[in-house]
Design a protein around this ligand. Structure first.
Ligand code: PMV
Length: 328
């Protein structure tokens, strides 16, 4: 029983920041993202292996990294309702892991879809999104392509907390996301610790939750109209507010560095000159620039001029898909 799936990472336009349930990975607010191609992660899962083994990006996973993968497969075993035996997992990505792009999002989305297929379970985007969410929250938005909305849900068991596709990748084929890698270093505080500290200590956190929830339908409307300028402004506002609530945590959490601010400042000047380019920023120093096809080369050039050591140009990506070729 072997299956292989390719999934793309996603970039949140309205961020997820903070859990209401740490174990099930349930968010306080909804979020909305764009799936990014051509970068991807490919994962092969086989049940009935001699022992549980997990190989991620060329190394044998250990400790909590291994446990997260095996926990997700335990949930697949429960869904299958039978003993599937030990599992072998091999996963590989084709983009710089330190880019601050959540490789874990693509990885857990691929693992969830491949795990279900290897167990003989039928294709089911909702079930796969819920499974992927339990590996890493943002992964629930990488099961499908295009623009996906992770609805926070209300239930304590998390069965209503999953992502739904609002528009497919073809809806806005002209949109471009350019990842500006300013710093390749590992981030000092992982998202999961950063958001926990923010939820527990930031006096601004309740305001963040209320605001982000209200931005999701607004972003959806702007995507429907393909209004790049208004969506760019919304993305920047939402990223600033996520970072503002984190800066107000105790101890304070600052993911930006001097070159991040330099690039942001430069974007403002470029916009005054008529270049349509905006940024968003996850829990790290590397901004992702939002622009259109006609300006992606200009966006790359200005990222490099501001110190980017590498640049990854992305287009809207598609669904996680089953492949006939396996990694082992
Ligand atoms: O899913 P995680 O634990 O990698 O957290 C993702 C958090 C952000 O990337 C900052 C925002 C988001 O919605 O992707």
């Amino acid at each position: 029983m072997k299956a292989t799936v390719r999934a793309h990472p996603n970039i949140a336009l309205v961020k997820y920041w903070g859990k209401r349930d740490e174990a099930l990975i349930l968010p306080h607010q909804s979020s909305l993202s764009l799936t990014l191609a051509p970068i991807h992660v490919t994962t092969t899962v086989e049940f009935g292996a001699p022992s549980d083994t997990v190989e991620l990006h060329g190394h044998v996973a250990r400790g909590s990294e291994r446990d997260r993968v095996l926990r997700l497969l335990d949930a697949v075993r429960v869904q299958a309702g039978r003993d599937l035996g030990p599992a072998k997992v091999v996963s590989r990505g084709d983009f710089p892991m330190a880019a601050g792009l959540a490789s874990s999002a693509a990885g857990f989305a691929a693992l969830a879809v491949a795990g279900r297929a290897a167990a003989g379970l039928p294709a089911d985007t909702r079930a796969s999104s819920i499974l992927a969410r339990r590996g890493s929250g943002s992964a629930c938005r990488s099961v499908q392509g295009g623009f996906c909305e992770w609805q926070r849900g209300e239930r304590a068991d998390g069965e209503d907390s999953y992502a739904v596709q609002r528009f497919d990748a073809g809806h806005w084929a002209d949109l471009r996301m350019v990842v500006a890698i300013l710093d390749r270093g590992e981030k000092e505080v992982k998202s999961r610790d950063g958001m926990k500290g923010t939820v527990e200590t930031s006096p601004y956190y309740p305001a963040w939750v209320k605001d982000a929830e209200a931005e999701v339908p607004r972003a959806r409307e702007l995507i429907a109209k393909r209004d790049l300028e208004a969506l760019g402004e919304l993305c920047e506002r939402n990223a600033w507010r996520m970072h503002a609530t984190s800066l107000a945590a105790d101890p304070p959490l600052c993911y930006l560095n001097a070159s991040t601010l330099g690039l942001i400042q430069h974007l403002r000047e470029q916009r005054k000159k008529g270049v349509p380019v905006w940024f968003t920023l996850d829990a790290g120093p590397n901004p992702v620039l939002l622009t259109d096809a006609a300006h992606e080369i200009a966006a790359e050039a200005l990222a490099r001029a501001c110190g980017a050591v590498d640049v990854v140009r992305c287009v809207p990506g598609g669904d996680a898909t089953l492949l006939s070729e396996h990694l082992f």
